[in-house]
Ligand binder design. Sequence first.
Ligand code: SAM
Ligand code: SF4
Length: 266
Amino acid sequence: MFDRFNRKLNYLRISVTDRCNLRCTYCMPEEGIKLFNHEDILSFDDIAGFTKVVVSKGVTKVRITGGEPLVRKGVTVLVSMISKIKSIEDLSMTTNGTLLKSYAQELRTAGLHRVNISLDTIDPVKFRAVTRIGDLNDVLEGIKAAKEAGLLPVKINCVIKDSKEEKDAKAVTRFCEDNDLEIRYIHQMDLVRGHFSEVDGGTGGNCALCNRLRLTSNGKLRPCLFSNIEFDIRKLGFKKAIQLATESKPECGTKNETGAFYNIGG
Ligand code: SAM
Ligand code: SF4
């Protein structure tokens, strides 16, 4: 699958829920979050069926994200449905890690290859401040469980304000060096104002190299995180939505006034 700018689209990110058990200050407001109606959320059959079609068109990389993917009931069943689709070379999940202690082994058994875990600080007090309700210890236990379960390489997503030389980022860097973890630094972005930049240590944020399509949990296919363009996969049908998303993928993102990190998945 190639878009108008000859970029090969081989990466699907699936947000399986817009719910989350944390309230990170840069991602969600403390109150007044507008969540999708339950009846609009895609079923596992729809998600796996859509993934199968997109894989038949050349996608080889699939990431499950959210909201917090591990709060979606039965998510390991979905992982096992997706992992059975032939030709997926890389099946990963982005998670805040708080529930991984309970799920890591089950996810591995279901066929998940690896995880990215979000961690911006290893100071428990700051962690609570950033996430508003989180307990750092849960994430540290989750990281350990992911390694033990073989969800490797375990990568850490660290959100930074300006630079990876910030105090918290430096401490997370040391923690990663000491614990055999890969780290990627993500500049804090603003969808509405259109502030985005490249991920240091990853591939996101570089429009010229963008290979992604995103599926939201209410069934919208988005060709670009920094755009309002979306196509309803149930109304249009899977193939038509894929075709339209591919044809309309912008050369470069601008801004997104209709979505949020917690319902598109970052
Ligand atoms: N809940 C999971 C988690 O936190 O890993 C998955 C969903 S979260 C939206 C995916 C990624 O987006 C996380 O690594 C998070 O740090 C990042 N993120 C959220 N809001 C962001 C923002 N405003 N700027 C940059 N990254 C952001
Ligand atoms: Fe939840 Fe992830 Fe957003 Fe934090 S970044 S509020 S953990 S979805």
